[in-house]
Design a protein around this ligand. Structure first.
Ligand code: NAP
Ligand code: F7E
Length: 349
């Protein structure tokens, strides 16, 4: 809902992350005044805003999700119309090593914001970044807004908490809280530890002679991979409805990690020969005999989800949301962007 005669203000937590950057750009294009919440860090980590050319248009504010008083001060001073909670310890593998920290940030962090909104201005609209990881060992395929949750990681369980807390504040206090249950979405701005960017950045580094091989975990895991630039439009649309509701955003198509690696290698002009199974699987460059991909057990997880694929019918019908990028376009863009990034800036980040 647009406040008449007034520039709308949005606070985006997790501004230094992939989605924070794309959403900030989207909101600026919609005419918002954008405030980006960033936790304190000794190093400058706003390179994604630079890459999108918006670094000087986003107002950066201190925002640590572990600190209630910090959230209170930020929201009180900004007086936003909309808060998009994208901040999270979002790495599933890391969540097994840091389960308490992950739950504090990715679970309780959402509740801290909700409670600040309840206390100071319940008319502020709130978006919570929920995830397909909540489905875990899924009760049905594809997964929709009505599929039950069975998470397989501390990250997934923390996100279930944030999701349920948002629903509770919606029902108990009438707060406009909407959760986007987003399936994996990628881009050239994806963190390098996630498998897609690990592959595309790894290929760029192999081409530049900086590394020899990319070691991966479970190549059979299948995910529903979309493009982050498409998904932030869906996120924004969720806060523009008459009533707050939860929505799945997904492409409806699943591919394995191996499928992604094969296509990315093709985009980087490698002709690979795959052989072996399980831990012995590898892919060799037919031209040089060099091992480009191999499997390493250290990247297996204590609990894995073999397949996640989403049904975004509700978002397509109610939000009129749709994807512009195909899977093939996205993989090509990511490979080209990493090759270009290495040339321009001399390193991958
Ligand atoms: P991301 O790139 O990992 O960004 C996470 C952001 O959260 C970073 O800005 C990070 O700051 C910030 N953050 C971490 N801990 C914090 C804390 N204690 N206080 C304040 N900020 C903190 O994640 P993303 O891919 O953009 O995803 C955005 C959101 O959507 C996340 O909540 C994620 O869990 C969720 N999600 C993502 C996907 C996906 O496929 N990308 C799918 C479903 C849901 P630093 O830069 O300082 O680390
Ligand atoms: O793993 C497998 C891995 O780390 C995808 C986050 O944004 O999306 C993301 O979580 C699959 C898994 O993403 C490697 O085991 C194989 O099955 O890229 P990922 P994720 O765990 O799906 C969801 C929706 C979120 O909400 C999260 O925040 O790939 N895999 N080999 C590997 N994964 C990694 N990272 N590294 C490997 O070497």
């Amino acid at each position: 809902m647009e406040a008449k005669g007034k520039t709308r203000r949005a606070l985006v937590t997790g501004i230094s992350g992939q989605d924070g950057a794309y959403l900030a750009k989207h909101l600026l294009e919609k005419g918002y005044e954008v405030f980006g919440g960033r936790r304190r860090s000794a190093t400058q980590n706003l390179w994604r805003l630079d890459e999108l050319g918006i670094a000087d248009r986003v107002q950066i504010v201190d925002l640590e999700l572990l600190e209630y008083s910090n959230i209170l001060d930020a929201i009180r001073s900004i007086a936003p119309d909309e808060v998009y909670n994208l901040a999270s310890q979002s790495d599933v593998a890391v969540s097994f090593k840091q389960p308490i920290f992950t739950s504090e940030v990715s679970g309780l962090g959402a509740l801290r914001i909700l409670d600040v909104i309840r206390a100071i201005d319940p008319s502020i609209r709130f978006y919570q970044a929920s995830t397909s990881e909540m489905f875990g060992i899924a009760a049905e395929t594809p997964q929709s807004e009505t599929t039950s949750f069975h998470p397989q990681s501390p990250y997934g369980t923390a996100k279930v908490f944030g999701h349920l807390a948002s629903g509770n504040y919606r029902e108990a206090y009438g707060i406009y809280a909407a959760c986007g249950i987003l399936f994996n979405h990628e881009s050239p701005l994806r963190g390098v530890d996630f498998v897609t960017r690990k592959i595309t950045s790894g290929l760029a580094m192999i081409r530049a002679g900086l590394v020899k091989t990319i070691a991966l975990g479970n190549l059979n895991a299948a995910r529903d991979w979309g493009h982050a630039a498409d998904y932030v439009n869906g996120i924004w649309l969720m806060l523009q409805q008459d009533q707050p509701e939860d929505f799945v955003l997904a492409t409806g198509q699943a591919r394995t990690v191996r499928d992604f690696a094969k296509l990315a290698a093709q985009c980087a002009d490698y002709d690979l020969e795959w052989s072996g199974k399980g831990i012995g699987e590898q892919a060799i460059d037919k031209q040089t005999g060099a091992v480009i991909f191999r499997v390493d057990e250290q990247y297996y997880r204590p609990a894995e989800i073999s397949l996640l694929v989403g049904d975004a019918s509700k978002a397509r019908e109610k939000l009129k949301w749709h994807c512009q990028f195909s899977f093939e376009d996205m993989v090509l863009e990511m490979v080209r962007a990493d090759i270009d990034l290495l040339k321009r800036r001399g390193r991958i980040f």
